[in-house]
Write a protein that binds this ligand. Structure first.
Ligand SMILES: [Fe+2]
Length: 244
Protein backbone atom coordinates (compact mmCIF):
# COMPACT_ATOMS: atom_id res chain seq x y z
CA UNK A 1 0.00 0.00 0.00
CA UNK A 2 1.35 3.44 -0.81
CA UNK A 3 1.53 6.08 1.91
CA UNK A 4 -1.93 7.32 2.59
CA UNK A 5 -3.06 10.65 1.19
CA UNK A 6 -5.10 11.33 4.32
CA UNK A 7 -2.17 11.12 6.70
CA UNK A 8 -1.44 14.84 6.44
CA UNK A 9 -4.95 15.45 7.82
CA UNK A 10 -3.94 13.86 11.12
CA UNK A 11 -1.66 16.04 13.23
CA UNK A 12 1.24 14.45 15.07
CA UNK A 13 0.31 16.23 18.29
CA UNK A 14 -3.14 16.38 19.83
CA UNK A 15 -2.44 20.02 20.65
CA UNK A 16 -2.84 20.82 16.96
CA UNK A 17 -6.49 19.70 17.07
CA UNK A 18 -7.37 22.14 19.84
CA UNK A 19 -9.40 25.34 19.63
CA UNK A 20 -8.38 28.46 21.55
CA UNK A 21 -10.34 27.25 24.58
CA UNK A 22 -8.73 23.82 24.26
CA UNK A 23 -5.28 25.37 24.27
CA UNK A 24 -6.19 27.26 27.42
CA UNK A 25 -7.01 23.92 29.07
CA UNK A 26 -3.62 22.59 28.00
CA UNK A 27 -1.91 25.75 29.29
CA UNK A 28 -3.66 25.42 32.65
CA UNK A 29 -5.48 28.75 32.33
CA UNK A 30 -9.05 27.52 31.61
CA UNK A 31 -11.71 27.22 34.35
CA UNK A 32 -12.18 23.58 33.34
CA UNK A 33 -8.68 22.68 34.55
CA UNK A 34 -8.85 20.21 37.40
CA UNK A 35 -12.62 19.75 36.91
CA UNK A 36 -12.41 16.00 37.55
CA UNK A 37 -10.49 16.53 40.79
CA UNK A 38 -13.70 17.93 42.30
CA UNK A 39 -15.29 15.03 44.21
CA UNK A 40 -18.71 16.10 42.88
CA UNK A 41 -17.64 15.96 39.22
CA UNK A 42 -17.42 12.58 37.52
CA UNK A 43 -17.91 13.72 33.97
CA UNK A 44 -17.39 16.70 31.67
CA UNK A 45 -18.58 17.21 28.07
CA UNK A 46 -17.61 20.20 25.94
CA UNK A 47 -18.19 21.24 22.33
CA UNK A 48 -15.71 24.10 22.22
CA UNK A 49 -12.32 22.54 22.92
CA UNK A 50 -11.51 21.22 19.44
CA UNK A 51 -10.96 23.07 16.18
CA UNK A 52 -13.99 22.27 13.99
CA UNK A 53 -12.23 22.35 10.63
CA UNK A 54 -9.31 20.17 11.74
CA UNK A 55 -11.63 17.70 13.42
CA UNK A 56 -13.69 17.53 10.21
CA UNK A 57 -10.57 16.62 8.23
CA UNK A 58 -9.59 14.03 10.83
CA UNK A 59 -13.06 12.45 10.76
CA UNK A 60 -13.05 12.25 6.96
CA UNK A 61 -9.63 10.59 7.07
CA UNK A 62 -10.94 8.00 9.56
CA UNK A 63 -14.02 7.42 7.42
CA UNK A 64 -11.94 6.98 4.25
CA UNK A 65 -9.24 4.74 5.72
CA UNK A 66 -10.51 2.77 8.69
CA UNK A 67 -14.08 1.69 7.87
CA UNK A 68 -12.82 -1.48 6.18
CA UNK A 69 -10.66 -2.64 9.11
CA UNK A 70 -13.12 -2.17 11.98
CA UNK A 71 -14.28 -5.26 13.80
CA UNK A 72 -17.83 -5.80 14.99
CA UNK A 73 -18.41 -5.37 18.70
CA UNK A 74 -21.61 -7.24 19.56
CA UNK A 75 -22.75 -7.96 23.07
CA UNK A 76 -26.49 -8.57 22.81
CA UNK A 77 -28.88 -9.06 25.71
CA UNK A 78 -28.49 -12.72 26.86
CA UNK A 79 -31.90 -14.43 26.42
CA UNK A 80 -31.32 -16.24 29.77
CA UNK A 81 -31.70 -12.90 31.52
CA UNK A 82 -35.42 -13.53 30.94
CA UNK A 83 -35.74 -17.32 30.42
CA UNK A 84 -33.76 -18.22 33.55
CA UNK A 85 -35.11 -15.46 35.74
CA UNK A 86 -36.85 -16.94 38.77
CA UNK A 87 -37.86 -13.97 40.90
CA UNK A 88 -40.07 -11.03 40.01
CA UNK A 89 -38.02 -7.85 39.70
CA UNK A 90 -34.82 -9.98 39.90
CA UNK A 91 -33.52 -9.00 36.48
CA UNK A 92 -29.79 -8.45 36.05
CA UNK A 93 -28.41 -7.01 32.84
CA UNK A 94 -24.74 -7.52 31.93
CA UNK A 95 -23.04 -4.93 29.75
CA UNK A 96 -24.62 -4.85 26.32
CA UNK A 97 -23.36 -2.95 23.30
CA UNK A 98 -23.10 -2.77 19.57
CA UNK A 99 -20.57 -0.77 17.57
CA UNK A 100 -17.50 -1.36 15.46
CA UNK A 101 -14.03 -1.07 16.89
CA UNK A 102 -10.28 -1.40 16.66
CA UNK A 103 -8.78 -3.46 19.47
CA UNK A 104 -5.30 -2.25 20.36
CA UNK A 105 -4.25 -5.37 22.29
CA UNK A 106 -2.08 -6.62 19.42
CA UNK A 107 -0.07 -4.58 16.94
CA UNK A 108 -0.69 -7.35 14.39
CA UNK A 109 -4.39 -6.47 14.19
CA UNK A 110 -5.20 -5.08 10.72
CA UNK A 111 -7.04 -2.16 12.35
CA UNK A 112 -4.02 -1.27 14.48
CA UNK A 113 -1.71 -1.44 11.47
CA UNK A 114 -4.05 0.81 9.49
CA UNK A 115 -4.35 3.26 12.41
CA UNK A 116 -0.55 3.37 12.69
CA UNK A 117 -0.11 3.93 8.98
CA UNK A 118 -2.64 6.75 9.05
CA UNK A 119 -0.90 8.52 11.94
CA UNK A 120 -3.84 8.06 14.31
CA UNK A 121 -1.81 6.08 16.83
CA UNK A 122 0.88 8.79 16.84
CA UNK A 123 -1.82 11.40 17.57
CA UNK A 124 -3.38 9.34 20.39
CA UNK A 125 0.06 8.57 21.85
CA UNK A 126 1.21 12.19 21.65
CA UNK A 127 2.39 13.84 24.84
CA UNK A 128 -0.19 16.66 24.55
CA UNK A 129 -3.02 14.08 24.58
CA UNK A 130 -1.86 12.89 27.99
CA UNK A 131 -1.14 16.45 29.15
CA UNK A 132 -4.70 17.43 28.21
CA UNK A 133 -6.11 14.50 30.21
CA UNK A 134 -3.91 15.56 33.15
CA UNK A 135 -5.20 19.13 32.90
CA UNK A 136 -8.82 17.95 33.18
CA UNK A 137 -7.98 15.34 35.84
CA UNK A 138 -6.00 17.83 37.92
CA UNK A 139 -3.35 15.20 38.64
CA UNK A 140 -0.50 13.29 37.03
CA UNK A 141 -1.38 10.25 34.96
CA UNK A 142 0.65 7.16 34.16
CA UNK A 143 2.59 6.71 30.93
CA UNK A 144 1.44 3.91 28.64
CA UNK A 145 -2.27 4.69 28.42
CA UNK A 146 -4.76 2.43 26.66
CA UNK A 147 -6.28 3.26 23.28
CA UNK A 148 -9.51 2.32 21.57
CA UNK A 149 -11.33 3.46 18.46
CA UNK A 150 -15.10 3.02 18.14
CA UNK A 151 -17.50 3.80 15.33
CA UNK A 152 -21.20 3.96 16.15
CA UNK A 153 -23.55 3.63 13.19
CA UNK A 154 -27.36 3.88 13.22
CA UNK A 155 -28.81 1.80 16.07
CA UNK A 156 -25.43 1.30 17.76
CA UNK A 157 -25.37 1.90 21.50
CA UNK A 158 -23.83 0.92 24.83
CA UNK A 159 -26.15 -0.37 27.56
CA UNK A 160 -25.80 0.55 31.24
CA UNK A 161 -22.36 -0.25 32.67
CA UNK A 162 -19.91 1.28 35.13
CA UNK A 163 -16.40 0.57 33.75
CA UNK A 164 -15.23 -0.64 37.17
CA UNK A 165 -12.26 -3.07 36.94
CA UNK A 166 -11.91 -4.57 40.42
CA UNK A 167 -9.61 -7.35 39.10
CA UNK A 168 -7.01 -4.89 37.84
CA UNK A 169 -4.91 -3.61 40.75
CA UNK A 170 -3.93 -0.44 38.90
CA UNK A 171 -7.48 0.42 37.81
CA UNK A 172 -9.59 -0.73 40.73
CA UNK A 173 -9.15 2.56 42.57
CA UNK A 174 -10.46 4.50 39.57
CA UNK A 175 -9.01 6.02 36.44
CA UNK A 176 -9.61 8.67 33.78
CA UNK A 177 -11.04 8.24 30.28
CA UNK A 178 -10.68 10.96 27.65
CA UNK A 179 -12.90 10.62 24.56
CA UNK A 180 -12.93 12.60 21.35
CA UNK A 181 -16.33 12.21 19.76
CA UNK A 182 -16.60 13.08 16.05
CA UNK A 183 -20.00 12.93 14.34
CA UNK A 184 -20.87 13.09 10.67
CA UNK A 185 -23.49 15.69 9.72
CA UNK A 186 -26.07 12.89 9.28
CA UNK A 187 -26.29 12.17 13.01
CA UNK A 188 -29.69 13.28 14.36
CA UNK A 189 -29.08 12.39 18.00
CA UNK A 190 -27.19 10.23 20.45
CA UNK A 191 -27.18 10.80 24.19
CA UNK A 192 -24.96 9.87 27.07
CA UNK A 193 -26.97 9.23 30.21
CA UNK A 194 -25.13 9.01 33.51
CA UNK A 195 -25.80 8.62 37.17
CA UNK A 196 -25.58 11.15 39.92
CA UNK A 197 -26.46 10.33 43.52
CA UNK A 198 -27.73 6.90 42.56
CA UNK A 199 -30.03 7.81 39.68
CA UNK A 200 -29.73 7.97 35.90
CA UNK A 201 -30.69 11.62 36.07
CA UNK A 202 -28.06 13.28 33.85
CA UNK A 203 -28.11 13.44 30.08
CA UNK A 204 -25.84 15.12 27.52
CA UNK A 205 -25.81 15.09 23.74
CA UNK A 206 -22.85 13.47 22.02
CA UNK A 207 -24.25 14.18 18.54
CA UNK A 208 -22.23 17.30 17.78
CA UNK A 209 -19.31 17.26 15.29
CA UNK A 210 -16.52 17.65 17.83
CA UNK A 211 -17.15 16.86 21.46
CA UNK A 212 -14.63 16.16 24.19
CA UNK A 213 -15.84 14.03 27.08
CA UNK A 214 -13.78 13.12 30.11
CA UNK A 215 -14.72 10.63 32.80
CA UNK A 216 -13.51 9.92 36.31
CA UNK A 217 -14.51 6.27 36.37
CA UNK A 218 -16.15 4.15 37.62
CA UNK A 219 -19.75 5.33 37.56
CA UNK A 220 -22.90 4.09 35.87
CA UNK A 221 -23.66 5.37 32.37
CA UNK A 222 -25.08 4.34 29.02
CA UNK A 223 -25.20 5.61 25.44
CA UNK A 224 -28.49 5.68 23.55
CA UNK A 225 -28.81 4.24 20.02
CA UNK A 226 -27.39 6.55 17.40
CA UNK A 227 -30.18 7.97 15.21
CA UNK A 228 -29.70 9.52 11.81
CA UNK A 229 -29.17 8.85 8.13
CA UNK A 230 -28.01 5.36 7.04
CA UNK A 231 -24.49 6.74 6.57
CA UNK A 232 -24.44 8.60 9.91
CA UNK A 233 -21.56 7.77 12.20
CA UNK A 234 -19.96 8.81 15.45
CA UNK A 235 -16.28 8.05 15.82
CA UNK A 236 -14.91 7.90 19.34
CA UNK A 237 -11.16 8.06 19.98
CA UNK A 238 -10.54 6.91 23.53
CA UNK A 239 -7.59 7.17 25.85
CA UNK A 240 -7.71 5.31 29.19
CA UNK A 241 -5.31 6.79 31.75
CA UNK A 242 -4.30 5.26 35.06
CA UNK A 243 -3.19 7.48 37.94
CA UNK A 244 0.50 7.88 38.52
FE1 LIG B 1 -18.29 3.39 29.43
Amino acid sequence: MKPNDSSHNIPAEFEDLLSRAGRQVLAGTHPLCGALADPRTRFVAREDLLDRARVGRLRRALEANLCGVLEPLERPIPPETISEMRRDYGELLPKTSRARTIYFESRREPGVKAAEKLGLVRLMRSSSFKAFAEALAGRKLAAGWGLQVLRYGPGDYAGPHNDHHPENKDAKGGYIDLHLSLCTPGVAHQWLVYSRAGHFSEIVSVARPSTVTAYRLPFWHYTTPLAGKPTAARWVLLGTFLYR
